[in-house]
Design a protein around this ligand. Structure first.
Ligand SMILES: Cc1cc2nc3c(=O)[nH]c(=O)nc-3n(C[C@H](O)[C@H](O)[C@H](O)COP(=O)(O)OP(=O)(O)OC[C@H]3O[C@@H](n4cnc5c(N)ncnc54)[C@H](O)[C@@H]3O)c2cc1C
Ligand code: SF4
Length: 329
């Protein structure tokens, strides 16, 4: 590990000021950043520890409805919040299926969206061709192991996927990322927050240098929602694929609206917009529901080693939809 300076600001303004310096890395829970420092993915001159900045660790109802979750709230505290449990259960489910209980006690919700791909070549401790680590060096996954890679939105330069579980739930909730800079801030739909390889390969999100996540905001409650994560073992494992679904139901049980997001299939949660449109007006157990989901996956374009993931993702989507709608899958 290369030596670096360390600072621990005590106000948000101090943190924003410090984060502006080039060569600075921000530390929250440290569960990702410390790995990057060890492997050499990040080589900062200075680490700015924002974990004790007050005001970013609260969960507050929004005046017009909805919920504001401070960026520094620990994953387990988000999942334990009674409002989240009642009105946005898909987020609670996704968090409970993330990492381990110990990690969730440290890991923060804002930084969870900033975790990097788990592509083994990207995380390699040996020099390996990886356009994301070293632009122009190539993509070892194209010739090597590509069984955890993309179904949608990849390019020849990079076929990696984003591994966050909460991001998938937040995409199905149409959540908003609220950011701050020393001079202002903005509101970014979570579905636009992470970048596909066709948009950028030298960065993962639209965050600019010096821009911090202040909070994540949830809108209208989505009590009928579910998260399904398929992984090699039932605990402490990243997803092969995952699916988050929210549904609104009419009085007669038909679907009034649905939002479907898939995880670990692209460099950001992948919304199945066409399927969402086709589901409106259907009873959850109507065979046309299966057809709508199948049609959505006809657009999947898996890399060779990941073709098996299509059937798994289709099944996860159907199971999440049925669970959200309260129908036995
Ligand atoms: C062994 C292991 C297993 C895991 N399994 C899963 C899993 O199954 N599912 C899953 O979803 N995740 C998983 N994770 C990822 C984990 O949830 C994330 O590492 C964690 O949420 C990141 O939060 P942190 O506070 O520790 O981030 P840090 O390591 O402190 O920071 C990560 C990045 O975010 C930046 N950052 C931090 N806070 C802010 C902010 N407010 N504004 C702007 N930038 C900021 C930092 O500069 C850094 O670049 C796993 C991690 C580990 C180590
Ligand atoms: S898939 Fe992306 S992250 Fe993995 S080796 Fe290729 S360029 Fe690097």
């Amino acid at each position: 590990m290369i030596p670096f300076a360390y600072a621990r600001p005590t106000t948000l303004d101090e943190a924003l000021d410090a984060a502006r310096d080039p060569g600075t890395a921000v530390l929250a829970g440290g569960t990702e950043l410390l790995n990057w420092l060890r492997i050499g993915i990040a080589v900062p001159d200075r680490v700015v520890d924002i974990s004790r900045v007050p005001g970013l660790d609260r969960i507050e109802p929004l005046p017009g409805g909805g919920l504001r979750i401070g960026a520094l709230v620990r994953l387990n505290d988000v999942a334990a919040d009674p409002n989240v449990a009642r009105d946005w259960p898909v987020l609670r489910m996704a968090i409970h299926k993330s990492a381990s209980a110990q990690l969730r006690n440290l890991a923060t919700i804002g930084a969870n969206l900033l975790q990097k791909t788990r592509c083994a070549y990207f995380r390699s401790e040996e020099p390996t061709p990886c356009n994301r680590r070293l632009p122009g060096s190539g993509c070892a996954a194209r010739e090597g192991h590509d069984d955890r890679h993309a179904l949608f939105g990849w390019t020849d330069d990079c076929i990696a996927t984003q591994p966050s579980d909460p991001a998938v739930a937040l995409a199905a909730l149409d959540a908003v990322v609220v950011t701050r800079t020393a001079t202002g801030g903005r509101r970014i739909p979570v579905t636009d927050f992470q970048l596909l390889p066709s948009e950028a390969i030298d960065r993962d999100t639209v965050l600019e240098p010096g821009e911090l996540i202040e909070a994540i905001e949830l809108g209208e409650p989505a009590p009928h929602s579910a998260y399904v994560k398929v992984r090699e073992r039932e605990s402490y494992e990243y997803a092969i694929v995952s699916a988050a679904v929210t549904v609104r139901l009419c009085d007669d049980g038909r679907i009034a609206g649905a939002r479907i997001a898939l995880g670990s299939v692209a460099m950001r949660p992948w919304r199945l917009a066409e399927a969402e449109r086709r589901l409106v007006g259907l009873a959850p157990d109507d065979p046309a529901v299966t057809s709508a989901i199948e049609a959505a996956f006809a657009q999947a374009h898996p890399v060779p080693g990941s073709a098996y993931k299509v059937a798994i993702a289709r099944g996860a989507t159907r199971r999440a939809l049925m669970t959200a709608a309260g129908v036995r899958p």
